[in-house]
Design a protein around this ligand. Structure first.
Ligand code: AMP
Length: 289
């Protein structure tokens, strides 16, 4: 396994592979890897085969964090990440630095961003207004550096995967996007690097996101008409969350999975997403109803 820091070296290697017909699978991450990330690495390998190359990027991208968010505290453990990537059969770990990815950003000599103007208006985009501009920008840059045939994203961040899919389509980026299922802890909590912030008491309360998803699934499953109003379900989910002493609901939304359009009635095939603050830690989850 090779570790590359320099974007120019990464791009040169990727272009050499592509010119020889070698397929490239790519998994972008912010590190502090867990089994969810590793499932994406396995999916990338499956997509490019044993003769292809799998690249994992580890980069805590500053432009997707708001000024009051956890950029400086974001958990990091590069040594462990490298060992996990090696064991998962990664060919290259790309670990760039701010100085090379956003050279001149402080002095105004970095000034190009990619903005998706529709799908980013709801959910995460409301609470985190500059978040997706950072995501689409870094993902576009990484695509240019890694030259993937296949890029794998997690369903865990459904809105992000949908926004990236729209960018790929709108900007004619020549790659296939794969969205892989959410990997969960045994009690249902979606794996996330941010789970590290939770003390045992809050860790137990965090399962309310998973319980909320299942509550809605069983309400819709057992309703005679096969549909329940979003307003009613929103109230029920809010009430479940409010029973956890340290939990505060940011949003719950019911939407059409590919357009993210809010749905007044929830039925099979509707998707639900929610964001909950557990103490200071903001957690998100989503699932198909
Ligand atoms: P992050 O390091 O949190 O930016 O995530 C990197 C990629 O891993 C994104 O495509 C996420 O959607 C995906 N991911 C994060 N958590 C999970 C999970 N529990 N299961 C599957 N994929 C995940």
């Amino acid at each position: 396994m090779r570790r590359i820091k320099d974007p120019a070296i990464m791009q040169r290697l990727a272009l050499r592979w592509r010119s020889r017909g070698v397929r490239i699978g790519f998994v972008p991450t912010m590190g502090y890897l867990h089994a969810g990330h590793l499932s994406l690495v396995a999916r990338a390998r499956q997509a490019v085969g044993s003769r292809g190359r799998v690249v994992v990027s580890i980069y805590v991208n500053p432009t997707q964090f708001g000024p009051a968010e956890d950029l400086s505290r974001y958990p990091r453990d590069p040594k462990r990440d490298l060992a996990l990537c090696r064991d998962a059969g990664t060919d290259v770990v790309f670990m760039p630095e701010d100085a090379t990815m956003y050279s001149g950003r402080e002095t105004g000599r970095y000034s190009t961003y990619v903005v998706e103007e529709s799908l980013t208006r709801s959910m995460e985009g409301v609470t985190r207004p500059t978040h997706f501009r950072g995501v689409t920008t870094i993902v576009a840059k990484l695509f240019n550096l890694v030259q993937p045939n296949v890029a794998v994203f997690g369903e865990k961040d459904w809105q992000q995967a949908t926004v990236v899919g729209r960018m790929v389509q709108d900007l004619n980026i020549p790659l296939q996007l794969v969205v892989a299922p959410t990997v969960r802890e045994p009690d249902g909590l979606a794996m996330s690097s941010r789970n590290k912030y939770l003390d045992p008491v809050r860790r137990a309360q965090a399962v309310v996101l998973w319980r909320s998803l299942n509550h809605v699934r069983s309400r819709v499953g057992s309703s005679r008409s096969g549909r329940v109003s979003s307003a009613v379900l929103t109230r029920e989910v809010a009430s479940m969350i409010s029973k956890e002493p340290d939990a505060r609901m940011d949003y719950v939304e019911f939407f059409e999975p590919s357009t993210l359009a809010p749905q007044p009635w929830v039925m099979r095939g509707t998707r639900m997403a929610l964001a909950v603050l557990v103490g200071p830690t903001r957690l998100i989850d989503n699932g198909l109803i």
